[in-house]
Design a protein around this ligand. Structure first.
Ligand code: 8OZ
Length: 361
């Protein structure tokens, strides 16, 4: 029997990866003025290029898509030029890199938005959630409900951001449809009370997702597009009475495109994997033809076990990639991992970003 290992190459569609370990998208709040990636960002991603695939930190598609201090964008010429240096550095090391396309919707604060604007959302419902601004952690601002024209303009912003990503040299894009941000706000009952074609039943609540995916696929081709869901996560104050039906329909609706992958957060984001034991991830996967990527609390043993069981193709690790630039080698050789310094996750400079040590030799 030929049991695949995490350390063997993975090929599917346009994905051609050196191994099955993926660096998760990780918000680090270290962009420079103009929300532009810095020299340290280039170094940080270059150091981690031995991941089979890097998914960048969430990067806003437009100024209105920003929700936290100092997160990078992929909408201005300066941002595109800076990301180009990142992709060149990763490619020079033989790595692959997708950028995560992000619109936060209502998870934002007016102080971060153009002209002090209110955040936008499917409905004018304030999230019980906090964000990080120049003043520290604060409650998110009250959003205004998007008009149909706002929705159409935002779909166009996603497509343009995807084109920008290709111009910047990315191997593809991951659409962030998880964690209670804009697309997830449209999907879930708790945040979407619209009475038009974008709200109500599952067919309508999945419409915005489908339009975003269609527009991005038309812009850059399906094989370069992945999407991330967190079907049972309550993160950022979203919930739904029937996530199984909702997310199965979401996948049915986009699976006609030969997408690069679907990426799911199993359980609560950054927390309990078993938050909803009734949710059937295998049934969700059965709706999708392409590569299946999983995330949440994986270590080497759990990833190998789930790979051997055929439960997933690609395994995302987050925090271990922050503190171990050479994580793939450490796992392959069974070496000890550097501990994570939780105090340097968000914001700051090189400390806790580019100064975690590699193994010698
Ligand atoms: C942590 C802090 C800020 C944002 C997510 C983009 O949860 C995030 C995020 C995580 O997807």
């Amino acid at each position: 029997m030929n049991i695949p290992t995490l350390f063997a190459p993975f090929k599917s569609g346009a994905l051609d990866l050196a191994n099955r370990l993926v660096m998760a998208p990780l918000t680090r709040n270290r962009a420079g003025p103009g929300q532009v990636p810095t020299d340290d960002t280039v170094t940080y991603y270059r150091q981690r290029a031995s991941a089979g695939l890097i998914i960048t930190e969430a990067s806003q598609i437009s100024p209105m898509g920003q929700g936290y201090l100092d997160t990078p964008g992929i909408h201005s010429p300066e941002q595109i030029a800076a990301w180009k240096r990142v992709t060149e550095a990763v490619h020079a090391e033989g790595g692959r890199i997708f950028i995560q396309l992000w619109h936060v919707g209502r998870i934002s604060h007016s102080s971060l938005l153009p002209g002090g604007a209110a955040p936008v959302a499917p409905s004018a419902i304030t999230a019980n959630s906090k964000t990080f601004t120049a003043e520290g952690f604060v409650d998110v601002s009250a959003p205004r409900a998007m008009s149909v024209e706002d929705i159409q303009a935002t779909v166009a912003d996603y497509a343009q951001a995807a084109r920008n990503a290709i111009e910047a040299g990315f191997d593809g894009v991951e659409v962030h449809a998880a964690n209670g941000y804009l697309i997830d706000q449209f999907l879930r009952e708790s945040s979407n009370h619209r009475e038009d074609a974008y709200g109500g039943g599952i067919e309508n609540r999945t419409r915005f997702l489908a339009e975003v995916m269609d527009a991005i696929v038309a812009a850059i081709g399906a094989e370069r597009v992945g999407v991330r869901f967190s079907p049972v996560s309550p993160f950022n104050d979203v919930s739904d009475s029937n996530p199984q039906a909702l997310f199965e329909h979401a996948i049915e609706r986009i699976d006609h495109h030969p997408l690069a992958y679907v990426h799911v957060i199993e359980g609560a984001t950054g927390g309990d994997r078993e938050i909803d034991p009734g949710f059937d991830f295998a049934a969700l996967r059965a709706k999708f033809k392409g590569a299946w990527m999983v995330n949440n609390g994986y270590d080497h043993a759990l990833a190998e076990a789930r790979l051997a069981a055929g439960a997933a193709d690609l395994f995302c690790l987050g925090r271990p990639f922050i503190s171990n630039p050479d994580l793939v080698r450490r796992l392959r050789e069974g070496r000890e991992l550097n501990p994570l310094d939780g105090s340097t996750l968000y914001g700051g400079g090189a400390e806790g970003y580019t100064d975690y040590p590699f193994l010698a030799g």
